[in-house]
Design a protein around this ligand. Structure first.
Ligand code: PRX
Length: 569
């Protein structure tokens, strides 16, 4: 194969000569970087914040630079330590214990970060919810996790069905008023001490729950433990290539795993200044953020890059982007044309990285010190064994497509699916974690993503389960049955397309289709609402009643329909 490669550039990269240097690398080596308590315990909140606050050279360095259209605020490591201590004291006052689930449903703000670390400092498990979630999405997650406390804002509280959540004992309102019957964040913080004795925990104790979608059933709670810090820390060095004085910006919301692993943990474990931008996406504001904050390392997603590309060259030229040194991408296939644009717009390569909510941290990546093959996700990290396996878990030779799989046992791997051991077990075959992605590996060990093997939809880098959308659709009074697929789209990767049958007495009209769309948007979230809805006379199902999404997709794309022997009469 004649392969175009983009050569690595000379520079002082953290991961030079990695194959030789890390041939016998063992993740346990990383543990010596952490502070162990007298009882041989740790806490990821200590490593991310308090450790730097205790270092005279670092304590006053900006940890968080928060910027949104109506608010600018900078917090040093020392300030973030004090604020999170205060919140930890508030949690103690309201009897939150180690292992309790405490959820956050709020916009990105300095208060979010204080609360997040407060939760970790008492040894509780944080559950950040994406701010765009609507009632059903919020209820499913709080119900499944049996969360005891929710931290939210008055505008988002309207979407929390308080009467239907018996385990949810306490609500903390950020920016609430005196007349609210809830815990007032600002008042409690004012009264709380800035000193707090951190709860030291075992590496295997829980810290985070992220809900994510599969092809069947409701979203699943992916459970992560403090041990993940080993990989967050090390990939921050190796892949983000972070240096002590860097200004770093990860654009992901902490409601998604990229926004926690790489929007919180990796940068702060490495003690760098972390930029957080609130507000909506606009190419011009984003170029502005890179410029104003002098961002050195930038981690974002193909959908955003494509939108910035569409904004044209003028948008780039208006800004001084000379601070930018390193760009990375995650969440969807990174198109070679985006890499070409990156070279032109920034004179930098964009480095693709592959991983998932379940894997907790990066696994297959492109490094600054390595050549890039556009279209490839790169190669497995030192200490990670990735392969392509068949359905029985046997490894396949190079250039053969199959299941992208990882040998069990990397530090940041999920430890459970909340309250669903069967689901957790189902990920593993023959010692391999099977990702659900199809890919192949070339002779030189570069991995090439081919697609999802299940029906999970990836729209603008956000993972949506068709079952969740179908369930919501059939709650609409006009909808009898529904089947939902991802339809390829040049900007968003995929869009959600729904096929529905109507109940008796309803007929197709533009108003009805819009009403159905809005119904899903208001029930679940904007990103889960189908952009296209098509009315059908029937939805194809197997004899056992399963919706044949593959067939819907083949029809939609005009592809051969394959084996339809299980199709219902
Ligand atoms: O299909 C793969 C796609 O996103 C899925 C994981 O989604 P999520 O758990 O939401 O995590 C996203 C961010 C870590 C994967 O199964 N995906 C992720 N990275 C890439 C990708 N597809 C292609 N190229 C990537 N670099």
């Amino acid at each position: 194969m004649d392969m175009q490669t983009i050569k690595a550039r000379a520079g002082d990269h953290n991961l030079e000569n990695y194959e030789e240097k890390y041939k016998n690398f063992n993740w346990d080596e990383v543990k010596s970087n952490f502070t162990w308590s007298e009882t041989d315990k740790v806490n990821i909140a200590y490593e991310t914040i308090d450790k730097h606050a205790a270092d005279p050279a670092k304590k006053d360095q900006a940890a968080l630079i928060y910027s949104s259209p109506d608010r600018e605020e900078t917090l040093s490591f020392d300030q973030l330590k004090r604020k999170s201590n205060q919140f930890a004291n508030v949690l103690k006052k309201y009897e939150i214990e180690k292992g309790d689930r405490v959820f956050l449903f709020m916009h990105r703000s300095p208060e979010f970060y204080a609360a997040f670390f407060g939760i970790l400092k008492v040894g509780a498990i944080a559950g950040p919810l994406f701010e765009a979630f609507m009632e059903q999405a919020v209820r499913d997650r709080l119900e499944d996790s049996e969360a005891r406390m929710l931290i939210t804002t008055p505008d988002l509280l309207e979407r929390v069905p308080l009467n239907e959540l018996p385990n949810l004992e306490k609500i903390v309102l950020v920016g609430g008023s005196d007349s609210d019957h809830h815990i007032n964040f600002e008042k409690e913080m004012q009264k709380a001490s800035e000193d707090f004795e951190i709860e030291w925990v075992d590496l295997e104790d829980g810290m985070l729950l992220h809900y994510t979608s599969g092809s069947t059933g409701k979203p699943k709670g992916v459970y992560h433990v403090h041990n993940a810090m080993i990989q967050h820390y090390q990939t921050g060095k190796w892949v983000l290539d972070l240096k002590d004085d860097d200004v770093y910006w990860c654009t992901a919301d902490p409601g998604w795993v990229t926004g926690t692993s790489y929007g919180i943990f990796a940068p702060w474990l490495n003690g760098v200044t972390n930029v957080v931008r609130g507000g909506r996406f606009s190419p011009d504001d984003w170029y502005g953020t890179l410029d104003d904050k002098n961002v050195n390392v930038w981690y974002s997603a193909p959908t955003a890059f494509r939108k910035m590309l569409s904004a044209g060259e003028e948008a780039v030229k208006k800004h001084d982007l000379s601070s930018l040194r390193h760009i990375l991408s995650v969440g969807e296939p990174l198109n070679p044309e985006v890499i070409t644009w990156g070279l032109k717009a920034f004179d930098l390569r964009i480095h693709d990285t592959w991983w998932m909510t379940e894997t907790g941290a990066m696994l297959i990546c492109n490094y600054p010190s390595e050549d890039i093959r556009p279209g490839s996700m790169g190669r497995p990290l030192p200490g990670i064994k990735a392969s392509i396996v068949d359905n029985e878990g046997n490894e396949l030779p190079a250039n053969q497509m199959g299941n992208l799989a990882i040998k069990e046992g990397w530090p940041s791997m999920m430890r459970a699916v909340w309250d669903n051991p069967g689901k957790f077990e189902s990920y593993f075959i023959n010692g391999w974690y099977v990702s659900g992605d199809s890919a192949y590996r070339d002779e030189d060990g570069y991995f090439w993503f081919q697609g999802r093997l299940d029906d999970v939809i990836n729209t603008s880098g956000e993972r949506v389960g068709p079952f969740e959308v179908e369930s919501k659709l059939i709650e609409h009074e006009a909808v009898a049955e529904a089947g939902v697929i991802g339809k390829p789209d040049p900007e968003r990767g995929e869009i959600i397309k729904a096929f529905v049958t109507l109940r008796d007495g309803y007929s197709e009209s533009d108003e009805l289709l819009e009403d159905i769309r809005q119904f899903v948007k208001k029930g679940l979230s904007a990103h889960a609402a189908p952009r296209e809805i098509e009315i059908k006379d029937t939805i194809p199902k197997t004899r056992s009643g399963k919706i044949m999404r593959r067939l819907l997709k083949s029809w939609e794309l005009g592809l051969p329909t394959g084996d339809t022997s299980t199709l219902e009469e």
